[in-house]
Design a protein around this ligand. Structure first.
Ligand code: NA7
Length: 752
């Protein structure tokens, strides 16, 4: 089950010799060492670290002042939805002497004040050129530097460019006809005016019910005479229960801030929290309901998503949690039709970004607030006086667009970035972003992306992820300097491996089931690719550290004295397999390939007893896959559920292991591949029993050619076709299946 990337026979082969490159010794000196694009949280921290490390730098910021997202997103009700105390820099350890958060979830003005306070305290403004947008950045290979041009006429050469442009900073177009004809006021939550907006006595339309809509609607409703919310997709939102900063959290801080920050860095989401290892159906229904209530009561998004280990991988677990949310909505909202329209039903909970709110659902009980479900009543056009749907004409004084962003990649590709041979980044990413670690991209030397696609970014506490990336970049620059290198660039092998790894990680979750901005699905024409890295901040950080520890594995480093390339893949196993191996290692279990075959079978059989029940037996379909040494026969088998008692996975270790296994197997069973044509099943692909059973756990000979089966179209439970299709990956190890057979292939499906 290792990754079947085979194009580079010399994986991990390292050339330690520096190859002399005398043609490169007379390089021009650039104007600065580093150009930073953006002066938000990332740009400010870069300015701090780069200046302290003695790098010459310039920071360009399109806004008139610093703050990035917190400069632009000034809409009523705008707040952070990670606890304030976690959403701050850790490089300023004595912060409590001169800063205090006034609320559990700070408002936009308070966060902006905090960022200004940091900038002033550490004298960072002097590095920033405001009101200046970087338009173009081109790599000059002969001089080994970047040439950066701005709309202010700057033409700056730099050895490195760091894109600190933010994941949610490029507003999406309105995408509604007739906006120019509207004579009333028009606002975008992503570009809110600096002067106060007064909605008192006005008729206001709000389009969009993501985080910005959910936060602003109750506040707008407090002032406006009439509010009509145009909702395309309902959201899952939990009450923020805002108030003072949690005394427990402050006490944890007081006890040992360094430990607290370090726990955040090694957590799944960037907030100190144990990763849940309890599968939903391993506990009683009463206990589950209690836990859901607790998640609802705490008012913290990461805690809520972490309620059970399999919420984002097991459709049944997700469905139950979603139903809990829907029941809450039905209980809060008086009008049954409005409640029904507010209940999300067409995507698993947390696969679109969930929201934190203050009185969001209750706002719909106010007599002057109305919800229009635009799936049933599509917006036809905006008129001079309001909005026409297919069956009604509305009159408004103001329209608020809370319609979101071209997320994660939008602000990067908005700059005309060209790398080697004048290749445009926008073209390279036309079918989806390709990066190594979400930090770098092949063909674009010395370009770094802070919280870029393929890193945890929007799935994490951004403050922690930003610091990790900036620290990594600074360490990298220090390494290059110390070893006489001038340039760094990922190899094509490393990048392809990472891009595949990110996709594989997403594929064993339910994320791809939603039309979310995580998937690029909110922007017409944007490729449908899962953008962030979903395995967690902890795994991700370990990977970045491992790359460095293994001499910048997957990077080519070059300079006047020569170059060095340590090519290879940092993650070589399928993520589901890796999770199991990690769990086994954590439990101090021997590795499967170190066990005698009988012991391995017994171990596997024992693990199997903890499986939750699977679906019915389906049809058995035989087929062939192309292999280097000829066709490989395979068989799809839809298995009958195993009878088992829930108590069989009561030990923590067993549950933990099952938590990972369930992700794999449940996910594999959720998509009814056309080849099997059976609904609801667990699909395992087995080598035909005509092969001799394995005598020992020796590696299966590497298969050549394309090891990935052509994509099947898939038929979902409701009979509709799933564009994503099912995917079958070939394993390369014996796996101890039931006697007489061996599992050669694993199937990874998609929730439809
Ligand atoms: P989101 O989460 O992308 O929400 C945008 C909302 O706007 C969402 O409900 C969209 O529906 C809706 N939308 C977008 N275009 C349209 C059109 N044309 N017609 C109707 N409805 C539309 O952006 P936010 O700014 O709310 O949240 C981003 C924040 O997330 C960020 O600031 C962080 O705080 C976290 P859809 O779901 O696409 O059907």
């Amino acid at each position: 089950m290792e990754y079947p990337i085979t194009q580079d026979a010399g994986l991990e082969a390292r050339d330690d010799r520096l190859v002399t490159d005398s043609a490169r010794t007379d390089r021009p000196t650039p104007d600065v060492d580093v150009v930073v694009v953006g002066a938000g949280i990332a740009g400010l921290y870069l300015a701090y670290r780069l200046s302290r490390a003695g790098h010459r730098l310039r920071v360009f910021e399109a806004g008139d002042d610093l703050g990035g997202k917190w400069y632009w997103n000034r809409y009523p009700g705008a707040r952070v939805d990670v606890p304030s105390i976690d959403y701050m820099y850790s490089f300023d350890p004595n912060w409590q002497r001169d800063w205090q958060w006034s609320e559990k979830y700070a408002t936009q003005p308070e966060i902006l004040r905090y960022l200004n306070h940091i900038a002033d305290k550490h004298d960072l403004r002097r590095h920033i050129t405001f009101s200046t947008r970087v338009r173009q950045a081109g790599w000059d290979d002969s001089a080994s530097l970047w040439r950066v041009r701005t709309d202010g006429g700057d033409d700056v050469s730099a050895r490195f460019v760091v894109m600190a442009t933010g994941c949610l900073s490029m507003p999406k177009q309105a995408e509604v006809d007739g906006l120019e004809s509207f004579t009333g006021e028009v606002y975008f939550t992503s570009r809110w005016p600096h002067d106060p907006v007064d909605f008192t006595g006005k008729r206001v339309a709000v389009i969009g019910t993501g985080s910005s809509g959910v936060q602003s609607i109750p506040v707008i409703a407090e002032e406006a005479r009439e509010v009509v919310v145009f909702q395309r997709t309902p959201t899952f939102s939990i009450p923020a229960r805002n108030g003072q900063v949690s005394p427990e959290r402050l006490a944890l801080f007081a006890a040992n801030e360094a430990d607290y920050r370090s726990a955040a860095r090694m957590s799944p989401g960037g907030i100190p929290m144990e990763r849940s290892i309890t599968p939903t159906f391993s506990v009683s229904e009463a206990e589950r309901q209690q836990r859901y209530e607790r998640a609802w009561g705490i008012g913290e998004l990461f805690e809520a998503i972490n309620v059970y280990a399999d919420v984002l991988s097991n459709p049944a677990a997700n469905h139950e949690f979603a139903e809990f949310f829907r029941n809450k909505i039905r209980a809060i909202v008086d009008d049954p039709q409005t409640a029904s329209d507010l209940c999300p039903t067409d995507y698993p909970v947390a696969t679109k970004r969930p929201c934190l709110d203050t009185n969001y659902y209750a706002t719909y009980n106010l007599p002057h607030v109305r919800l229009v479900n635009v799936r049933k009543h599509p917006i036809r056009q905006i008129t001079e006086t309001g909005i026409d749907t297919a069956d009604e004409a509305f009159t408004f004084d103001a329209i608020v667009f809370a319609t979101g962003f071209d997320a994660v990649t939008g602000a990067i590709t908005a700059v005309d970035i060209t790398g080697r041979d004048d290749a445009a980044l926008k073209d390279k990413w036309a079918d989806g972003p390709q990066t190594y670690l979400g930090l770098t991209t092949a063909g674009f030397p010395n370009l770094f992306l802070i919280t870029g696609p393929g890193s945890p970014s929007v799935l994490s506490n951004m403050a922690v992820s930003i610091e990790q990336h900036v620290d990594w970049v600074l360490d990298c620059l220090g390494h290059l300097r110390a070893h006489g290198f001038a340039a760094i660039e990922p190899t094509a092998t490393a990048e392809a491996g990472w891009t595949q790894h990110v996709n594989d990680c997403a594929d064993i979750t339910l994320f791809p089931a939603a039309n979310s901005w995580y998937m690029g699905a909110n922007v017409p024409g944007k490729p449908r690719v899962f953008l962030p890295y979903p395995a967690g901040v902890d795994f991700y950080r370990a990977t970045c550290d491992e790359v460095v520890a293994r001499d910048y594995l997957g990077f080519k480093l070059s300079g006047p004295e020569g170059s060095m390339c340590n090519d290879g893949l940092v993650r070589r196993l399928q993520p589901d397999v890796e999770m199991i191996l990690i769990q086994m290692a954590a439990m101090n279990l021997p590795t499967l390939d170190s066990m005698p075959v009988d012991e391995a079978r017994a171990f596997y059989a024992q693990m199997s007893t903890t499986r939750p029940p699977g679906p019915d037996v389906g049809e058995i379909v035989d087929g062939v896959l192309p292999g280097a040494t000829g066709d490989l026969a395979y068989r799809f088998i839809g298995r009958r559920p195993r009878a088992r008692t829930r108590s069989s996975c009561s030990s923590t270790a067993g549950v933990g292991l099952w938590a990972t296994l369930s992700r794999t197997i449940r996910c594999a069973g959720t998509c009814a591949c056309a080849a099997t044509r059976s609904s609801s099943r667990r699909t395992t692909v087995m080598r035909r029993s005509t092969d001799s059973p394995p005598q020992s756990m020796t590696p299966w000979p590497r298969c050549g050619g394309s090891p990935t089966m052509p994509r099947h179209s898939a038929v979902c439970r409701d009979g509709s076709r799933c564009a994503a299709g099912a995917r079958v990956a070939i394993s390369r190890r014996w796996f101890p299946g039931s006697p007489g057979t061996r599992v050669d292939h694993t199937s990874s499906g998609r929730y439809c």
